[in-house]
Write a protein that binds this ligand. Structure first.
Ligand code: PHE
Length: 467
């Protein structure tokens, strides 16, 4: 059997670039604004922020810890814990685990991998939309009259095969990057665009805030009117928190496994969560004045593409802003896609010993096949509705609002009940800071006694809301 190198992030910055590059993506700019709109604004934003720090951050830390301790991705880590592999004595708290736990561990890894593959598939479709707008605006630099925001969106939505083509371009780019290995593939590509993107986002938000609709928009975004929440809101907030932080997919387990020995995980978790939610809020500040300014009918997965192109159209030199924005957005979605893809390929490599390049080709093919449905959902398959939703929206809702919270919860339960306590504690306790043990105890309490009931109640309310 060929020797397989265990990749490790060369630098601390390398890890941050990759983790933030994975967390920061379409979730912040594309999904956050439309979920906030669906759930009535400020109160939902507050709920979202509350869950980011109450559950998102502890969950993120748990996944990184599992990866770092097991030095493997989710599937092999769970296999080791289930007792199918060596190393189990060093990692596991209890000597014998009951058969049903072992069964759950085996199936959990498949569930989270399946979520990852399907999410990656429709994520690639939306990334294709970004690519379309980027190219349209690029052409508009030469021929300004060619770009009409409504038209660009209509052409895209009506032409499902164009979406299929753009999706395959995106998947190909991601597969090639990942096939070329972690150091080359990840560290270099992910995250370098971030500072530029944050600046652009700020610049666009400043423009947007000058619109006459901005007081109303900011009120919508930040004033919590709890009567606007629905029974489904807590579940949707939780699902979105896990999606935007890349938790529940096993991605952060893979990244954790690449962490260097010295890395201090709680701080990494805190930084990733803070930065990620700040970016989402900025995206909201940029988009909502436009939503209200453009008045009726802006919602759903198209929201971002209905608003931002209008803003750039109205700005002086707007097409340049537009090209910059969609280029950065594309790079952000590329970073996130690489994170998702890397998770699938790493699991294949570690469990089935499938070489990186072949794994990448297989994963790309699988995602492509799955992506055809959502890519055609606004054209050829526009009559296919599941509970009033098109295929793309249905997949997004079902996976993120239902399956992801369950998968995220189960992964953390493995960490807080099964992993050996002293191994986990060693990741938290810093001998130089006396308070660090307290962080560990709070974290453990949240995972063991709060997380389960909160997720269960949120899902139950969401279930009741279905009827
Ligand atoms: N967090 C990413 C986003 O907000 C999506 C993602 C999930 C990326 C899981 C990688 C892994 O867009």
């Amino acid at each position: 059997m060929p020797h397989q190198k265990v990749p490790v992030f060369g630098t601390r910055l390398g890890f941050y670039l990759a983790a933030i590059g994975s967390a920061f993506g379409l979730g912040n700019l594309w999904r956050f604004p439309y979920v906030v709109t669906d759930n009535g604004g400020g109160a939902f934003v507050l709920l979202y922020l509350f869950f980011v720090f109450l559950l998102g951050m502890p969950f993120l830390i748990a996944e990184l810890t599992l990866g770092k301790i097991s030095r493997s991705s989710l599937s092999p880590a769970l296999a080791k814990l289930a007792g199918n592999r060596y190393q189990v004595r060093e990692m596991r708290e209890v000597a014998v685990i009951p058969g049903w736990v072992s069964w759950c561990l085996r199936h959990l890894s498949w569930m989270s991998l399946l979520i990852t593959v399907v999410v990656l598939a429709y994520y690639a479709v939306i990334s294709g939309w970004v690519l379309h707008f980027f190219m349209q605006l690029l052409v508009a630099l030469v021929d300004p009259a060619s770009f009409q925001p409504e038209n660009a969106l209509r052409v895209l939505l009506k032409n499902g095969w164009l979406q299929v083509a753009l999706t395959s371009v995106h998947l190909l780019v991601v597969a090639v990057i990942v096939a070329k290995d972690l150091e080359l593939g990840l560290e270099k590509w992910v995250g370098y665009c971030m500072p530029a993107f944050v600046l652009l986002l700020l610049a666009l938000a400043v423009q947007s805030v000058q619109l006459p609709s901005s007081p109303e928009a900011l009120r919508f975004l930040f004033y919590p009117d709890f009567s606007k929440l629905t029974l489904a809101s807590p579940g949707q907030a939780l699902g979105h928190v896990f999606f935007t932080l890349s938790v529940g997919f096993g991605s952060m387990v893979t990244f954790g496994s690449y962490l260097r020995e010295k890395a201090f995980i709680p701080m990494a978790g805190f930084r990733v969560c803070t930065l990620d939610s700040m970016i989402s809020l900025w995206a909201g500040v940029m988009i909502f004045p436009l939503v209200i300014y453009g008045s009726a009918g802006f919602n759903g997965p198209q929201l971002l593409f209905q608003t931002v192109p209008r803003l750039v159209k109205e700005l002086p030199n707007g097409n340049w802003f537009g090209v910059g924005f969609f280029l950065c957005l594309y790079l952000a979605s590329l970073g996130a896609s690489i994170g998702l893809f890397e998770t699938v390929v790493a699991n294949m490599r570690e469990v089935r010993r499938i070489p990186r390049a072949r794994g990448a080709a297989l994963a790309a093919l699988l995602c492509f096949v799955i992506a055809v449905g959502p890519a055609l959902s606004s054209s050829v398959l526009s009559d296919v509705k599941i509970g009033k939703r098109g295929l793309l929206e249905f997949l997004d809702g079902a996976l993120i609002n239902w399956f992801l919270p369950i998968s995220a919860l189960l992964i953390t339960q493995v960490v807080c009940w099964l992993l050996k306590k002293d191994l986990v504690m060693a990741e938290f306790v810093d001998p130089n800071s006396p308070g660090s043990e307290k962080i560990y105890r709070h974290w453990l309490f949240i995972l063991r006694y709060l997380a389960g009931p909160i997720v269960a109640i949120a899902l139950l309310l969401q279930f009741i809301a279905l009827f």
